[in-house]
Design a protein around this ligand. Structure first.
Ligand SMILES: C[S@@+](CC[C@H](N)C(=O)[O-])C[C@H]1O[C@@H](n2cnc3c(N)ncnc32)[C@H](O)[C@@H]1O
Length: 477
């Protein structure tokens, strides 16, 4: 495969089949329409018969192309691509059987192999159970969440088309990528070969393929959809584990597969059970390890069922309402009143769980901020009074109140970066932050404020708030 992959890579590159090359060939309107799964305009723009047009029509538009034109685009590999089942012949015409898609980040150019994108031009096609998902918005969320550390060994659980593993290649020496789906491992093997990278691919469920090995970083965009057992289960999103047990297992077992200080980062869905606080359930999973979970969105059961039935291409099909009803009943039977969607970050260090709802816009990539927040939380001394703090450059203060009033009615400190936090401050806290220019220590500023206000409780009242401002990056130390 490697020799063919090398030739194929050369053909794709020579044709200019890159993210920029495709955008340039299609033009903005057709390219944007294609991002919305509409191919009509892109088909118009690719009539020249050039190799790049052939590649776009085959892989991105899923159109058939005359065999002679395909041979011209892939002079060295077309026979092999047919033999490998990457393209298939129908009479004199050829079609793609899988998607080969250019993908780029900063200066890096890759091609990713996955199953064909469903739903082009509004077609409703139920997916094969072993469907291998391409680069999805969730995949990119995890890419952006991943902490930018250099590591010796990383594990990508449920690698799919290999997108997470691909992103780790320039900073991790040894990457183990696993999947239960043989087809996913096959397509990831092609992704790796096409990009000239080495992955240690292993078949099996969750941590099974890694036995007692430990990793500096574990990432997973797991099949977290909380769905009833059914014959039509899609491996890329459902496991058959009860409720959110797949996420629970990944989290609970992570510490035994992490090096000291190692990271586990997951995208997840979790059930919010009537009468229970979802934070407590996740705290039980993370145990005595340092962890941070953020619920980015919460859906009620009906919204959840609609989302995933649509995702499977079932909206408008005859079985839609019966599947909807059965799924909803199954959630009701388990007392699920909502489903949380978000991230779980765990570090293999002693600590506790910080759990929060934060549905607001954040800076992307958020990974560097996740790293920074853990370092601040774990690294701050118990006693802050000796620290000399400065205000982070991105902090702005917003005040509101009656015109002419002596003091503002509300003061909000807002960060422009990271989680884009906003914290309400009273005049004392705002005064404290205003005095943080690195000159006086925390203790000295609090003492000065205490004597000014004739209060002897400012240390007790404000030190926890100051700690929070440092952890959240408003104040640097
Ligand atoms: C949502 S896809 C994510 C694919 C890819 N990592 C990404 O970020 O786009 C989940 C993947 O997990 C795999 N999977 C399903 N059940 C699994 C299990 N029990 N253990 C490991 N992987 C599993 C699926 O085959 C699929 O490739």
């Amino acid at each position: 495969m490697d020799a063919i992959a090398e030739r194929l890579r050369a053909e794709l590159a020579a044709a200019g089949y890159t993210v920029d090359g495709v955008a340039e060939r299609l033009g903005a309107q057709a390219n944007n329409a294609l991002a919305r799964n509409e191919t009509t305009l892109a088909y118009r723009e690719t009539a020249s018969g050039d190799p790049i047009d052939t590649m776009i029509r085959l892989f991105l538009l899923q159109r058939s192309v005359p065999e002679a034109t395909v041979s011209k685009a892939f002079p060295q590999t077309s026979e092999k691509l047919l033999a490998l089942g990457i393209i298939t012949a129908e009479g004199d015409e050829v079609r793609a059987a899988v998607d080969i898609r250019p993908y780029a980040e900063d200066e890096r150019q890759w091609w990713v192999v996955a199953d064909l994108t469903p739903g082009l031009d509004g077609r409703r096609e139920p997916m094969r159970p072993d469907y291998v998902l391409g680069i999805a918005p969730a995949s990119l969320s995890l890419v952006k969440l991943t902490v930018p550390i250099k590591a010796e060994k990383a594990l990508d659980i449920g690698t799919g088309c290999g997108i997470q593993a691909l992103h780790l290649t320039d900073r991790v020496n040894h990457i183990v990528a696993t999947d239960v789906n043989k087809r996913a491992l096959q397509l990831t093997q092609w992704t790796a070969a096409l990009n000239g990278i080495e992955l240690d691919l292993r078949e099996g469920s969750l941590y099974e393929p890694v036995n007692t090995e430990r990793f500096d970083l574990i990432v997973s965009n797991p099949p977290y959809v909380i769905a009833p057992p059914s014959d039509g289960r899609l491996t890329y999103r459902e496991t058959g584990f009860a409720g959110d047990a797949v996420v629970e297992q990944l989290v609970r077992r992570a510490p035994t597969h992490l090096t000291e200080g190692g990271w586990c980062q997951l995208l997840a869905n979790w059930t919010c059970i009537r009468g229970q606080d979802w934070r407590e359930r996740i705290a039980d999973w993370t145990g005595d390890r340092a962890a941070w979970t953020v619920q980015r969105e919460q859906l009620d059961p009906a919204e959840y069922v609609e989302l995933w039935l649509r995702d499977a291409g079932l909206h408008g099909r005859p079985e839609y309402t019966s599947r909807y009803d059965a799924w909803l009943r199954w959630l009701e039977d388990q007392q699920v009143e909502a489903i949380g969607m978000g991230w779980i970050n765990l570090r293999n260090l002693p600590g506790t769980l910080d759990a929060e709802e934060w549905p607001y816009e954040i800076e992307q990539p958020i990974g560097p901020h996740v790293l920074d927040r853990f370092e601040r939380r774990e690294g701050l001394p118990d006693d802050l009074t000796g620290l000399h703090l400065t205000v982070a450059e991105d902090v702005v203060q917003e005040t509101a109140g009656q015109p002419g009033a002596e003091d503002p009615a509300t003061i909000v400190l807002r960060r422009q970066r990271g989680m884009r936090r906003a914290e309400h401050a009273d005049t004392v806290l705002a005064g404290f932050v205003g005095a943080c220019d690195g000159d006086l220590s925390v203790g000295q500023i609090l003492d000065a404020l205490g004597s000014l206000l004739e209060r002897d409780d400012v240390h007790a009242d404000y030190l926890p708030k100051i700690r929070n401002l440092v952890v959240e990056g408003f104040l640097d130390y």
